[in-house]
Design a protein around this ligand. Structure first.
Ligand code: 9D3
Length: 245
């Protein structure tokens, strides 16, 4: 059966038209057409009991911004979860979350159903987070306007790992570079530089080795460039070596 995503948001239009533009093309678009994935956005506002469909309130203790109330979110989760009999893994996209990484993405790709909670608020009442007990996930240390784009990033990363989502060519490439690509939760190396025709562009040449036809030498050159770049740009990917962050 297809993996199912439910997205809880006060901006469900970000996930429509169905599918949203960002997920309608390329690998996610093909995966959806092939019936490998489906998703549904639930409007948290529809669960407000307020006549103005309010879902947020001013924070106790004062301060700027608004806080999402417990009841609309709690009822929206119940409503969304009732749309399908399978249990859903609950994920809250929040700057306070654990940073998303490929190992987590691989874990999530094995699930049948994922419920994503995207806030467009300064925060959510901690009591409903405590009761829902979601996994809390962040994309990194920069500020987005809301969790919706983060939810789409997570969906894209998960969808491309669903068996059958990658084309034949893509999956073959992935297999032969599985360690470098971080399969099995392994540490990744950055990609090596890539070149294509023409051999000379603006008097810049392609590295000679790549046109030598010596496949052993090419493989060695590529691995060296991957290691060199990773050491220079992402020393944190070498946890047991000098310069690790
Ligand atoms: C961190 C800034 N917060 C204190 C002033 C306020 C705030 C700003 C923006 C709280 C939430 C948001 C909306 N961001 C997300 O919902 C979010 C997010 C992000 O901003 N960066 C990286 N990953 C994520 S996942 C969800």
């Amino acid at each position: 059966m297809a993996i199912r995503f439910d997205i809880l948001t006060t901006f469900p239009e970000m996930f429509s038209p169905d599918p949203p533009a960002a997920l309608a093309v390329s690998i996610p678009g093909r995966a959806r057409s092939a019936g490998l994935v489906e998703w549904h956005a639930t409007d948290i506002r529809a669960y407000s009991r307020d006549k103005h469909r309010k879902t947020d309130e001013r924070p106790f203790g004062g301060g700027p911004g608004m806080v999402m109330m417990c009841q609309p979110l709690w009822d929206a989760v119940a409503g969304a979860e009732a749309l399908d009999p399978r249990p859903a893994a609950r994920i809250l996209l929040t700057p306070q979350g654990e940073r998303l990484h490929q190992g987590m993405v691989e874990e999530l790709a094995r699930l049948e159903r994922i419920l994503l909670i995207a806030g467009h608020y300064e925060g959510i009442d901690e009591r409903v987070i405590e009761r829902l007990a979601p996994r809390e996930v962040s994309l990194g240390d920069y500020v987005l306007s809301g969790g919706e784009m983060a939810a789409m990033v997570l969906m894209d990363a998960v969808i491309r790992l669903i068996p059958g989502a990658l084309g034949d060519g893509e999956s073959a490439v992935r297999e032969s570079f599985s360690v470098a690509d971080g399969a099995g939760g392994g540490r990744r190396l950055l990609d090596c530089p890539q070149y294509t025709r023409p051999r000379t562009w603006e008097s810049m040449e392609v590295p000679e080795v790549l046109t030598s036809g010596d496949h052993e030498r090419i493989a060695r050159w590529r691995l060296e460039r991957m290691l060199e770049r990773t050491r220079a740009r992402r020393p944190d990917l070498f946890p047991n070596q000098e310069g690790a962050g």
